[in-house]
Design a protein around this ligand. Structure first.
Ligand code: GLV
Length: 331
């Protein structure tokens, strides 16, 4: 194959670009590529591996025409890529697992505390010059200690969130694969055996004071939290989403927050990023972050390293260290 080794849709933080440039030829897209431009670039035969972002959508029609050997996604999630179609076309996909677990759990806890203690409202209050001194009933919020945190999912980030919540004196429950269930052995529970409780999805929904989402986006989890689920939650409950926006029916959430069906929400992800559902930004009982779960300097650097290492392996025809679909690699 001739052409450029790496097409980078958005430059990576250090050391990503350095590692790519040391290993091959690199083209960086001049402007943000839309879907047609990405599809044309992938079909051109000019690039061997695409170094991609979550906003770059690789659907089956694009992948069926693509003349690339790999996609290295700068994220742990890969719901922007049709993995079945990638595998069918012998396109290896890589991701960046492991390095953003703690930073994302930190954001889940930050959102929980920020909503519970009305942090954003309180900050705005002080900045607006409204603070007249200590008052017995100024900006009263909710506790987290002694309350129940329900985890939807029990993967790496859910566990890191559980660890933090236990340190806050919370009761932690979890449902490993909502809306269904699966067996979790004591061995899998590990350090959490006897410290967290496995419950069904309906019980998790009905009993959580804080319901935090830690599931991948799949056909089974799209709109996992819909109007019916919101209606079954406690009126005092707070929803936290650091996973994927479409796991929540965002318009139903706006209605639930507006009419007091639930008490609040802390969101780092949105159904149609970067667009927000109408009305969401006007609600005082929400804290809204711009998808910053992994946004620390060291974490983004490690993600960039893993992403570049994956891409370099793909160009060499080797199995990337973090391959999502190793079976796609031709033998
Ligand atoms: C961020 O959302 C990621 O998947 O890394």
């Amino acid at each position: 194959m001739t052409g450029t080794d790496f097409l980078v849709t958005t430059p990576l933080p250090d050391p990503g670009m350095r590692l790519l440039e040391a290993a091959g030829t690199v083209t960086v897209a001049g402007t943000r590529m839309d879907h047609d431009e990405l599809a044309a670039a992938c079909a051109s035969g000019d690039y061997r591996v695409v170094v991609a972002q979550l906003r770059d959508e690789f659907d089956a029609p694009l992948l069926d025409k693509a003349r690339i050997s790999g996609i290295s996604n700068f994220a742990v999630g890969y719901n922007n890529i049709d993995i079945t179609a990638a595998t069918a076309n012998s396109i290896v996909v890589g991701n960046t697992p492991g390095v953003l677990t703690d930073s994302t759990a930190d954001i889940a806890v930050l959102l929980m505390l920020a909503v519970a203690r009305r942090c954003v409202e309180a900050d705005a209050f002080v900045r607006a010059g409204k603070f007249q001194g200590w008052e017995p009933e100024l900006l009263l919020g909710s506790d987290v200690s002694g309350k129940t945190l329900g985890l939807a999912g029990f993967g790496r980030i859910a566990r890191a969130t559980a660890r933090r919540a236990l340190a806050f004196g919370m009761t932690v429950t979890f449902c490993p694969r909502p809306p269904g269930d699966r067996v979790v052995t004591d061995e899998e529970l590990g350090e959490f055996a006897g410290r967290v409780r496995h419950v069904s999805w309906p019980e998790l929904v009905e009993t959580s004071d804080y319901l935090s989402l830690h599931v991948p986006l799949t056909a089974a989890t799209r709109h996992l939290v819909d109007a019916a689920v919101l209606g079954a939650m406690k009126r005092s409950a707070i929803l936290i989403n650091t996973a994927r926006g479409p796991v929540v029916d965002e318009q139903a959430l706006v209605s639930a927050l507006r009419d007091g069906t639930i008490a609040g929400a802390g969101l780092d992800v949105y159904e149609e990023e970067p667009r927000l559902a109408p009305g969401l930004a006007e609600l005082p009982n929400t804290v809204l972050l711009p998808h910053v779960g992994s946004a620390t300097v060291p974490v983004r650097a490690e993600m960039a390293r893993r992403c570049a290492e994956n891409a370099v392996a793909m160009v060499r025809g080797e199995l990337p260290p973090y391959a999502v679909n190793p079976e796609a690699l031709p033998h």
